[in-house]
Write a protein that binds this ligand. Sequence first.
Ligand code: BMA
Length: 303
Amino acid sequence: MNLNRFSGNPILMPKSENAWESKLVFNPGSYLSGNKIHILYRAVDKNNISHIGYASSIDGFKIDERLEKPVIISEYEWENLGIEDVRVNTIDENIYITYTAYSTNGPRVAIAETNDFKSYKKRGLIGPDHYDKDAVFFPKRINGQIILLHRIEPNIQLAYFDNLDDIFNPPKEYWKENMANIDKFTLLKPKQNWEIAKIGAGPPPIETDQGWILLYHGVDQFKVYRVGAVLLDLDEPQKILARSKHPLLQPEEWYEHWGYVPDVVFPTGTALIDETLFIYYGAADTTCCVATININNLLKELK
Ligand code: BMA
């Protein structure tokens, strides 16, 4: 099973005229709304600080709009080393952006909200006070609960919330108890050689009639990043129904081999248009790319 890379990749490259995105642009989150795909990408300046830029596409391939200024920048102490790796989520029909907030404490998970991709309201850190990344929400409640995927190395974990407000202000001992019982909350561990070092969730899971498709990245012992997929039960997402034995995508093209961090494909966004699943990914931590697959073929292959 292989994804079909767009022949015009990369779709976004660094822009030397804009200092904030002059060095690297990669790991694009995406969100389909009406007939437009909103793309929020990580942009790195000469001082290695990350900001978030905005672009959009109608057909999924061609970039129709790209803003000259970043839309999310570092403002607070807890993100003073930059804002990285956005995922665009739906929670209770509203749009929430999860990102890695980097500071001298290391990476933490943070969240912001938007309803128009023009203004963004930061809601601060969520998640445990621990090295944590790759946070993404299921796009709808399951059995009444809001479910977060996140990554305490090397595995992918789940966290359950009854109310929206509990995400921002969890009950006092919430994360302490969660971390103390981390095995219970572990969804997925590395399995194959190509993902043996660590794994992390990609875009928000995609709902199908046969289960949730979760795309993830897997890292091998040589730090090569590839894309894997699992199928999770619709009502009990901690149940794994199928898992890719081989990667769906691995570094093969020049733009995936060559760059600031060579041999990386890092999926962070999707858009499902009819049966075509568009997958947005960062290549070699340097550019943004897109690949597609027919969703029914992906399901068939997974099973
Ligand atoms: C991870 C993150 C990603 C990056 C990947 C590969 O830790 O920093 O943004 O794409 O490493 O370098």
